[in-house]
Design a protein around this ligand. Structure first.
Ligand code: ADP
Length: 498
């Protein structure tokens, strides 16, 4: 099959969160299985082109019209472990992709609508039939409509993956107008009109992707059910229910080449997951020592609990704050690596950092730092993930691969990947973490109490959980097979053969 992954991230060169890792991991596995795979993203200024190989210009100059003006673009190509990474450079007067960031600009809808249109136009220029166009999240969701109703591209099937249903790309009809569509034509219930009754004049790009794609996936089976509810559908639940027959949940894999503790150059002491547990625990101790020196932490305090996360409401920042205080009270160390796109949350945590300054049991590193994230995973005893909802979550899988036990709210993909250490319905050899049911301080602190108890009084069970987590294969082999099956079925039901 010829498969094009159409997205706004590709790890590690352009990563803001889990989505970028998923696009890369899935693309590489599909290539390994013998398919022709391209990933198409914007050429952001933050991409380090030195890190890419076989970089060349594919289409030197093509124009795309926005607000009646011709904008010049170039399509670049490069290679990443067999996957062709295509980068669309927009020489846009507003510097759409020269903002030093992937998301978070006030004109995000306009930026990604422009990208969607220019990219689809470019695919049309290249004139190579596509079996599967796989879209990821709202920024590229309009591509489904563009392919089917505007450019009539020879694409056999279009798949949309929803990584997070809260973000829907809500915009105005004139935003569609800017890229040459008649916005009011699409402002109808059956097309792109927002389902929120308070905003009938609004366009919803994610909804458009749902309507016009042949198949839709979420990044875990539980999340495919949860988005049908009022709480997690964020007003799109009616549309999700309407198109439920084409909705599937496929659990994300982990790109094991990005997260391999034995070859991890970021670590002071790399380790093999299959080594004896004593060897692994000494390596973790050496990694901890490095962080103790860097952050002047008290070497005697244990256990180490941490979180590596975007600080947004979904991830439970208020619970994280409670967890920091509670861990201190119980005599542990807490390390938070996180950053927030929301200024109020970022300044709240900045103030917390000032409050705890000089405390040898706490690190609050309020930045995005890939290297440090690896070092923290390799040092922690427990990783806390107190999410309100979690479409899949990668940090719990990474933690287990690095010998840290997840403590997580039982929701979405966390529920699909973590089996509680006290779950009587599952063999103890399959249990790999701690879950708490409610999104409340009381529910979370009970789980923290159980974690401290394991660490202080039940070393056998504690080591058993680490060992079970280390042994799990989180790779892309199984998820990629599921996607291939879905691609094939979607192709068949849209009436074409692969
Ligand atoms: P989401 O995509 O919702 O942010 P995921 O759990 O799917 O959450 O993926 C988060 C990814 O981003 C993980 O690879 C995690 O290590 C990484 N990450 C999150 N915050 C930071 C940070 N401040 N510094 C470095 N890496 C981070």
């Amino acid at each position: 099959m010829r498969i094009v992954q159409f997205a706004t991230e590709f790890a590690p060169v352009a990563k803001a969160g889990g989505l970028g890792e998923v696009v890369t991991g899935l693309s590489k596995e599909l290539f390994r299985l013998g398919h022709t795979v391209e990933a198409l993203i914007p050429k952001y200024d933050l991409i380090d082109m030195e890190k890419l190989s076989e970089v060349k210009i594919e289409v030197p100059d093509f124009k795309c019209i926005e607000n009646g003006q011709q904008i010049a673009n170039t399509l670049w190509s490069s290679s990443c472990e067999g996957v062709r990474l295509l980068l669309l450079e927009a020489r846009h007067p507003s510097g759409y992709f020269h903002r030093g960031t992937i998301y978070g600009c006030s004109d995000d809808a306009a930026r990604f609508l422009y990208f969607s249109k220019a990219a689809i136009q470019c695919l049309a220029l290249r004139d190579a039939p596509i079996d599967v166009l796989h879209l990821h999240d709202w920024p590229v969701a309009l591509a489904a409509l563009l392919v089917r109703e505007i450019f009539f591209l020879p694409v056999k099937t279009i798949v949309l993956t929803i990584h997070n249903a809260e973000y829907q790309g809500k915009c105005a009809t004139w935003d569609l107008g800017a890229i040459g569509l008649n916005g009011t034509d699409y402002l109808v219930k059956e097309k792109l009109q927002d389902d929120d009754p308070a905003y009938p004049e609004r366009i919803n790009l994610l909804k458009g992707g749902v309507v016009y794609s042949d198949a839709i996936t979420t990044v875990s089976p539980s999340y495919a059910k949860e988005i049908l509810t009022r709480e997690e559908g964020y007003h799109l639940e009616t549309t999700f229910r309407k198109y439920q027959s084409k909705l599937h949940g496929i659990l994300n894999g982990l790109d094991e080449s990005l997260w391999e503790p034995s070859r991890d150059l970021h670590l002071t002491a790399p380790f093999h997951r299959t080594a004896p547990l004593t060897t692994i625990l000494s390596a973790k101790e050496a990694n901890r020592q490095a962080l103790c020196q860097r952050f002047r932490l008290d070497e005697r305090s244990r256990p180490w609990i941490g979180a590596i996360t975007r600080l947004v409401l979904q991830k439970g920042p208020q619970l994280l704050e409670e967890a920091i205080a509670y861990t201190l009270k119980l005599g542990g160390v807490f390390i938070l690596l996180g950053t927030s796109p929301i200024p109020e949350i970022q300044s709240h945590f900045n103030a917390l950092k000032v409050k705890y300054r000089g405390n040898p049991h706490i690190v609050l590193h309020l930045d995005y730092d890939e290297t440090l994230s690896h070092q923290i995973y390799a040092s922690l005893d427990f990783l806390l993930i107190p999410s309100l909802y979690e479409p899949c979550g990668l940090t719990q899988m990474i933690a287990m691969r690095y010998g840290a036990i997840p403590i997580a709210r039982a929701t979405g993909g966390l529920k699909d990947t973590i089996i509680d250490c006290d779950d009587p319905t599952t063999l103890s050899s399959k249990r790999n973490g701690l879950l708490f049911p409610q999104f409340t301080k009381a529910s979370m602190t009970q789980a923290l109490d159980r974690a401290f108890h394991l660490f202080n009084h039940d070393t056998r069970a504690f080591h058993g959980l680490i060992r079970n987590g280390l042994q799990i294969d989180w790779g892309w082999k199984i998820p990629a097979q599921k996607y291939l099956q879905l691609y094939t079925n979607a192709c068949k039901s849209s009436g074409c053969s692969t």
